[in-house]
Design a protein around this ligand. Structure first.
Ligand SMILES: Cc1cc2nc3c(=O)[nH]c(=O)nc-3n(C[C@H](O)[C@H](O)[C@H](O)COP(=O)(O)OP(=O)(O)OC[C@H]3O[C@@H](n4cnc5c(N)ncnc54)[C@H](O)[C@@H]3O)c2cc1C
Length: 451
């Protein structure tokens, strides 16, 4: 059997590896538009600030492919598929390549919001960061053009990670975000505000509720103008405003597509013997765009392609960690019960804000099942949350791990539950009184029977 994979990112590479693990005989060929063997995109921002080199990013060198008996063809764009004859066509080459099973692992591309002058200014100071070549191009531009001021459009994870690396290049850095908070897809307002303070303390300016209307400049970028007419100067503008699945080839081949290539629980597309995996897929109306989803899907696709359809994909719980030195922030699953369609009884939120220590802990439970969490400045609980997500958890255990105490008035028994209040007990003013019996703060004792 001959399996062809289009795309050499994490989804394509891990699918190849998993197929090989199950079948030593299959012919596996990967075709990739890019000129590098499999590398991680996570460290791309570090390439710009020269904290990492291209070699540092490469995960599997060419020997890895040889040892696994996987053929990889770099710098090859697949531009047409003949489904009837089971052929793919490589741009600039006449001979078709045949397949028995075809996997789309075409990934995604940066989303470019409709901003006046954005297309015209691409490469003249306006860039996006998705691949190694983009990173090198930005690095060179900064060096050659003596860039002093930079703007990042998009205050999501990638936007902030990029902002930090731009700042590391001694560039005055501003992040503009359309939503009224940073990381709108991962954080609630309270935590978004805390993060903003920490980012600003790093010397990065943050402008929220900022809709960019126009890129200013002709032969080179001069700045941006917002819809409210505010203008900001810049020598470089980097757009990190979400991603779009790469579906053009699939669409042109008449595969069913929407935001992504539509797949079923076995990652089969609407056409026989054609599968899809990674950022390019849409399953039950959802797309992902994170590495854990690619890795999970790559195991399922390997079985499906080999006709062993015993594992079904059930979606991947979103897990995101901000990778900026000095900030510990992770957001897993549902972080706001109001965001779900299942609002109603059974939801419980436990949270604590410690502004003095820049620490925020929030746990979302539904009928005692751990549905999500935000942990900021509190690394201790990361592994507990990751291990127990979607499992039934014990409230006492959570209180212990998150250090959320119940204080009790020794006079009247009134409870002060830190998981439900905005202020931690120790931070209440010394003249604070029991709301029930008006007894003094010192009269409260920590209830520790759950330890
Ligand atoms: C800067 C950055 C940082 C990130 N950090 C994180 C992180 O910390 N954690 C996390 O979980 N995720 C992170 N991500 C997202 C993560 O990298 C993606 O989810 C992942 O790379 C998707 O893998 P993929 O294999 O589906 O697609 P891709 O990595 O996009 O690979 C698809 C490949 O297919 C090729 N291709 C497309 N069309 C064709 C064609 N017609 N012919 C030949 N080749 C084609 C593309 O050129 C590309 O090389 C980050 C992304 C970026 C850009």
């Amino acid at each position: 059997m001959k399996v062809i994979i289009i795309g050499n990112g994490v989804a394509g590479t891990f699918s190849a590896q998993n197929i090989r693990a199950l079948d030593k005989e299959a012919i596996i060929e990967i075709y990739s538009l890019e000129n590098y063997p499999y590398y991680t995109r996570i460290k791309l921002p570090e390439l710009i600030s020269k904290q990492a080199t291209t070699e540092d990013l490469i995960v599997f060198n060419e020997d890895w492919y040889k040892n696994k008996n996987i053929k990889v063809y770099l710098g090859k764009k697949i531009n047409r598929i003949n489904i009837k004859h089971e052929h793919i066509f490589i741009e600039g080459e006449n001979e078709p390549v045949s397949y028995d099973k075809l996997i789309f692992a075409t990934g995604s591309m940066p989303n470019i919001p409709s901003i006046k002058n954005v297309v015209e200014m691409k490469g003249k100071g306006v860039f996006t960061l998705r691949n190694m070549d983009n990173g090198l191009e930005i690095q060179k531009y900064i060096e050659k053009k003596d860039v002093k001021k930079g703007i990042i459009i998009g205050g999501g994870l990638l936007g902030l990670e990029l902002a930090k690396q731009i700042k590391n290049c001694d560039i005055e850095t501003t992040v503009v975000e359309f939503f009224p908070r940073l990381l709108p897809r991962q954080l609630d307002l309270d935590c978004g505000n805390m993060l903003k303070d920490v980012i600003e303390d790093m010397g990065i300016k943050v402008v929220l509720s900022a809709a960019t209307e126009e890129i200013l400049g002709d032969d080179k970028v001069k700045g941006i103008k917002l819809k409210d007419d505010r203008e900001f100067e810049a020598d470089i503008v980097l757009i990190q405003a979400g991603i779009r699945s790469t579906i053009d080839l699939a669409k042109q081949s008449n595969l069913e597509t929407n935001r992504g290539i539509i797949v079923n629980q076995f990652l089969e597309t609407s056409k026989k013997d054609i599968y899809a995996v990674g950022d390019c897929i849409e399953y039950k109306g959802q797309t992902w765009g994170i590495i854990p989803a690619c890795i999970e899907q790559s195991k399922i696709i390997a079985s499906s392609v080999l006709g062993k359809k015993h594992i079904e994909y059930a979606g991947t719980i979103p897990k995101n960690t901000l990778k900026i030195v000095g900030i510990d922030l992770t957001s897993v699953g549902i972080f706001d019960s109001e965001d779900t369609e299942q609002v109603g009884a059974g939801w419980e939120i436990m949270k604590a804000i410690d502004k003095k220590r820049n620490c925020y802990k929030k746990i979302v439970l539904k009928d005692k099942i751990l549905k999500g969490a935000i942990l900021f400045g509190y690394k201790k609980a990361f592994s507990y949350v990751n291990k127990n997500i979607e499992s039934e958890v014990n409230e006492q255990e959570i209180r212990k791990i998150l250090e959320l105490f119940i204080w009790e008035c020794s006079n009247c028994g009134k409870e002060y539950d830190e998981a439900k209040m905005d202020v931690l007990f120790n931070y209440l003013p010394e003249d604070w009184k029991c709301p029930e019996c008006k007894g003094p703060k010192e009269g409260f004792k920590k209830r520790i029977n759950f330890f």
